[in-house]
Design a protein around this ligand. Structure first.
Ligand SMILES: NC(=O)c1ccc[n+]([C@@H]2O[C@H](COP(=O)([O-])OP(=O)(O)OC[C@H]3O[C@@H](n4cnc5c(N)ncnc54)[C@H](OP(=O)(O)O)[C@@H]3O)[C@@H](O)[C@H]2O)c1
Length: 246
């Protein structure tokens, strides 16, 4: 990658939806993705993308650590220039009924799902605005729209992203930078595998399309939102849930 490349940053790109996004975008753009703890999975993504025309490089960085984010973001921008697109994908759930929620775990969810987006944005947005074009995609969730028992922390963080993206779209539109949200429903991933079988079956039975979504289906929507095909779309939320919220 050179300093004039149109490169894409994907947070949490080593597994699940983030991995599918990296593998799809790396066919067209150089991709830098972050991961937090699974070095083996990250190396596997790099290996898969090695023959793609864009390629992908993984970097360990906890998005909830603002000093780590600032240090990495500054070094990437100095080396390659501002990213052309950013997909804020990294996210976790640490579910508990609200009254039983441990404050440290609540904070961890907020740091990973919400604060990390702010830490990254404040480092990359100035350069993207000077560049005069770009796209930022935030990964929300249907939990942020309709809530879910045991997910007050997760739902609050994901609802906050919806508000953040609408405000940011209004701030950045004049600079040619678009900001949109993806709002997945039930998607096949480690996060879904962690839900007990019986509950998963009930949830799938309530989805009009009667199946969970595939990570690749979210990746296609991410590719659309950073492409010129969505050039007049900003401040929007694209729900990918098989009709779950209808
Ligand atoms: N799966 C669903 O049904 C669903 C539905 C709606 C929304 N979403 C959202 O979609 C996004 C991806 O979900 P997923 O199901 O694909 O999750 P996943 O399979 O658990 O993967 C999460 C990814 O995020 C990374 N990550 C976690 N904490 C991080 C941190 N502090 N800093 C940097 N990277 C971190 C992980 O890296 P390591 O493995 O190295 O820790 C991993 O690459 C999340 O924002 C999630 O809330 C998912």
């Amino acid at each position: 990658m050179t300093s004039s490349s149109r490169w894409v940053l994907v947070t949490g790109g080593s597994r699940g939806i983030g991995r599918a996004i990296v593998e799809m975008l790396a066919k067209d753009y150089p991709v830098i993705f972050t991961w937090r703890s699974d070095a083996v999975a990250a190396a596997d993504v790099e290996q898969t993308c090695a023959s793609f025309s864009g390629g992908a490089q993984g970097v360990q960085c906890d998005g909830g650590d603002r000093y780590a984010v600032t240090s990495l973001a500054d070094s990437l921008v100095n080396r390659y220039g501002p990213p052309w697109a950013v997909i804020h994908n990294a996210g976790i759930t640490l579910d508990a009924l609200h009254v039983n929620q441990d404050p440290t775990r609540w904070q961890h969810v907020m740091d990973t799902n919400l604060n990390a987006v702010f830490y990254w944005n404040r480092c990359v947005i100035p350069g993207m605005c000077l560049q005069g074009e770009g796209s930022i995609v935030l990964m929300s969730s249907v939990s942020g729209i309709k809530g879910n028992i045991g997910q007050t922390a997760y739902a609050a963080s994901k609802a906050a992203l919806l508000g953040m993206s609408r405000s940011l779209a209004q701030e950045l539109g004049r600079f040619g930078v678009r900001v949109n949200c993806l709002v997945p429903g039930l998607i096949e991933s480690d996060m879904l595998a962690a839900i007990p079988e019986a509950k998963r079956k009930t949830m799938i039975g309530q989805i009009p399309l009667r199946r969970p979504g595939r990570p690749e289906e979210v990746a296609k929507a991410a590719a659309f939102l950073i492409s010129e095909a969505s050039g007049y779309i900003t401040g929007q939320s694209l729900v990918i849930d098989g009709g779950m919220t209808v």
